[in-house]
Design a protein around this ligand. Structure first.
Ligand SMILES: *Cc1c(COP(=O)(O)O)cnc(C)c1O
Length: 472
């Protein structure tokens, strides 16, 4: 029985010779079609060898060329669907690293488009027609916003730290407090970046306490710089002591050592009006005397992925001369989006146009309205199966900032009768568009702070599918 079925499976060449397949080959890459054919035929063989004889008898297995080519077309269609697709973020974490961190402003998206479709002034000086520097496109803006003497941009903040250490600390020692041995998102660890750059880490103090004297007594003729890392994704609380930047700057002056701070999530304009207190701005750090400050472009700044370095001109000049800068350089899309984002700060419309700040500052009553609307719409799909309510909860800034500060929000909490949360969340993730939620206290939570008004109906559609779907 099985033997006969195996025999019925057409050979790859027979399929390739069929008229249907010839049509497909005209539109798709030949090797890909071949791969699709092998995949589909392989599945058939697999199915036959695993199936029970009784099953094979009951249902006729369709191995006709036309059915197989249909399946091949479907395979190719799926293959060409974007892997990196837009999703709905209902987690309430605004700068969500796994979902792409910051969204760009309309202005930033528009400038990327302009620069993508046209030639641009990326590295040319209009005035003289001579070659220019790509950094000049944002340099003045960085200076204006940070009050530093100079600034530059590399691929991300990890690259910025690497470049700084490689330039100033290669084969030398760097002093860092034990309390600031940061790991960011599992992939960026200060000690490991330091090792890559050839710098030797000198850890000083205890995890919870470090004094100026701990730094001073570890300074040798091999010391290259004093490093501070902003512990933006955790806080050490309770019995603590930290050396303030100003004091470290004084010590640096005394021994002629640059003081560098990795600020992580760079804040350009103070966020205390949003209830987010005690996070220093980049300009604060410059005022306090840091020689170089580095931070991310796509965390709370709300721009594209980038590593921004500001500080003293002589140091920035040295960084620019390091050949590594060429390897870590940003592209024109980053620069154009960053320029548009920084200009929103200059115009003081950052809270209105930069999505990250807009979400962060949205009025809680407006969020509540969306939460109520979502509740009504989902409840009305099937009042017997849907258990749903709106409650106060907390959003998170994410991106390793304000770890201990939660932002009040409203969430829609859902449970579906006879459905596990595990199944439900899987189905929503596999929806088109995929929806990511928060599971908490035996409920599925939709935090409406990170969900736009025009996404509500897409969520409702997904629930419609869930509730009308199979499974009794
Ligand atoms: C996020 C972060 C980094 C890494 O920044 P990327 O832009 O993700 O490379 C480095 N240092 C600190 C303190 C951070 O918070």
């Amino acid at each position: 029985m099985k033997k006969e079925l195996f025999k019925k499976i057409p050979a790859v060449n027979d399929l390739l010779e069929s008229n249907e397949a010839k049509k497909i080959i005209k539109t798709y890459n030949h090797d890909l079609v071949l791969k699709a054919i092998r995949n589909i035929l392989g599945k058939k063989r697999d199915f036959i060898s695993k199936a029970k004889i009784s099953d094979l008898k009951n249902k006729e297995l369709d191995l006709s060329i036309s059915t197989l080519t249909d399946e091949i077309s479907e395979y190719l269609h799926k293959y060409l669907k974007p892997n990196l697709e837009a999703v709905i973020n209902a987690t309430g974490t605004i700068v969500h690293t796994n979902l792409g961190r910051s969204l760009l402003s309309k202005e930033a998206v528009q400038s990327i488009k302009e620069v993508a479709e046209n030639y641009s002034t990326l590295e040319i000086d209009k005035e003289t027609g001579q070659r220019g520097s790509r950094y000049n496109n944002v340099r003045e803006l960085l200076i204006a916003l940070s009050l530093a003497e100079d600034g530059m941009v590399v691929n991300n903040n990890a690259a910025a730290v690497l470049l700084i250490l490689d330039t100033f600390a290669k084969n030398k020692e760097v002093i860092l407090s034990r309390g600031e041995m940061v790991e960011v998102g599992g992939s960026f660890r200060i000690p490991e970046v330091m090792e890559k750059s050839g710098a030797k880490l000198i850890e000083v103090g205890a995890t919870n306490k470090v004094y100026l004297d701990d730094y001073e007594k570890n300074i040798t003729e091999n010391t290259s710089l004093l490093l501070k890392v902003h512990t933006s994704n955790y806080r050490i609380m309770g019995f603590t002591a930290e050396v303030k930047l100003e004091k470290l700057v004084k010590l640096g002056k005394k021994y002629n050592l640059p003081v560098v701070e990795d600020l992580g999530s760079g804040i350009i304009r103070d966020l205390s009006d949003l209830g987010l207190l005690d996070e220093p701005t980049v300009a604060d750090k410059i005022k306090q005397g840091a020689d170089l400050v580095s931070f991310s472009g796509d965390k709370l700044l709300g721009g594209p992925q980038a590593g921004i370095i500001v500080g003293h001109k002589e140091f920035i000049d040295k960084l620019k001369k390091n050949p590594l800068t060429r390897a870590l350089r940003v592209d024109k899309f980053t620069l154009s989006a960053l320029e548009a984002t920084l200009k929103a700060y200059i115009k003081k419309e950052d809270r209105e146009v930069i999505p990250t700040l807009k979400m962060l500052s949205e009025d809680i009553e407006i969020i509540k309205t969306r939460a109520e609307e979502l509740k009504e719409k989902i409840y009305n799909i099937d009042k017997k199966k849907v258990m749903i309510k709106v409650e106060k909860d907390f959003s998170k800034t994410g991106g390793g900032a304000f770890p201990v500060q939660s932002i009040p929000t409203y969430v829609t909490k859902v449970k579906i009768k006879d459905r596990t949360l595990h199944d439900l969340s899987h189905q929503l993730r596999m929806n088109n568009p995929p929806i990511f939620t928060r599971l908490q206290d035996n409920y599925m939570l939709f935090d409406l702070r990170t969900v736009k008004e025009n996404q509500l109906d897409l969520i409702v559609d997904a629930f419609q599918k869930v509730l009308k779907g199979r499974r009794k």
